[in-house]
Design a binder for this molecule. Structure first.
Ligand SMILES: Nc1ncnc2c1ncn2[C@@H]1O[C@H](COP(=O)(O)OP(=O)(O)OP(=O)(O)O)[C@@H](O)[C@H]1O
Ligand SMILES: [Mg+2]
Length: 230
């Protein structure tokens, strides 16, 4: 690929202080995310997938190494700039859905839009449109506890799309779903990747997820093992 990467991590290191022996979660990872990528991040439990997603998504900072966003070094970003970047450029999907239980589906989707300095007047219309795009028309006023796991993840996906992100980070998005529902969620992510030109980075243990992606990175003990086409 010749395009400029949206995100480029170089020699990323991250440790967690744990008693006497710190845990070395990432030991010099190089990674690039391109516009429109559909990238699987695979590796056994503890290999560093979540840690890497947290760094790429500006949820956490590396100990050393550089992370460029659109070619700009993110080390110089203030906390506010990091938060604005997460809100305006990224979407996040988690294994446990992380919806706000007291809000309806439409309110959950509209929440990131509300957080913008100037939320658009058509916020509710946009929430409805996004819920329809993920197959949840008619569920706008339903709270998460009345939705199935697959439906909850669809709400989370709609929420991740709310501010037209460049990248969606999905950390084991199908781990809590049965295999049929998992497949439909992956199909949806694949379709949104194509139709919304949004890069999608999916961490997973599941070979079926890897099959649906166009690139795969394998992590092992905090290092990238192999790089290339899936
Ligand atoms: N907050 C933390 N404090 C201490 N150690 C941590 C913390 N988070 C992760 N680790 C350790 O860092 C290493 C990488 O963890 P990480 O969660 O990134 O792996 P993972 O590939 O996402 O695993 P899983 O597939 O189980 O989600 C592991 O050894 C883990 O125990
Ligand atoms: Mg993880």
């Amino acid at each position: 690929m010749n395009a400029t990467p949206l995100l480029a991590g170089r020699n990323l290191h991250k440790h967690y202080p744990m008693g006497v022996e710190p845990v070395l979660a990432l030991r010099g990872v190089d990674v690039e995310i391109f516009p429109g990528d559909l990238l699987a991040l695979r590796g056994p439990s503890g290999s560093g997938k979540t840690t890497l997603i947290n760094l790429l998504g500006l949820l956490d900072r590396p100990d050393s190494g550089t992370l460029l966003l659109d070619g700009r070094d993110t080390a110089s970003f203030s906390e506010d700039q990091r938060a604005d970047t997460r809100r305006d450029r990224f979407g996040f999907i988690f294994q446990t859905f992380n919806l706000i239980p007291v809000l309806t589906a439409a309110e959950n989707v509209g929440y990131p839009i509300l957080l913008k300095a100037k939320p658009p007047a058509n916020m509710l219309a946009r929430s409805r449109e996004l819920l329809a795009a993920v197959g949840l028309a008619g569920k706008e006023d339903t709270r998460p506890d009345l939705l199935s796991g697959g439906q909850r993840q669809r709400v989370a996906i709609a929420r991740a799309l709310a501010n037209h992100p460049a990248v969606i980070f999905a950390d084991e998005p199908t781990a809590n779903l049965d295999s049929h529902t998992a497949d439909t969620i992956l199909e949806l992510l694949q379709r949104l990747n194509r139709e919304h030109q949004v890069a999608v980075v999916i961490s997973t243990h599941d070979p079926r997820v890897v099959e649906r992606c166009t690139r795969v990175l394998t992590l092992h003990d905090g290092e990238i093992l192999q790089k290339g086409a899936a």
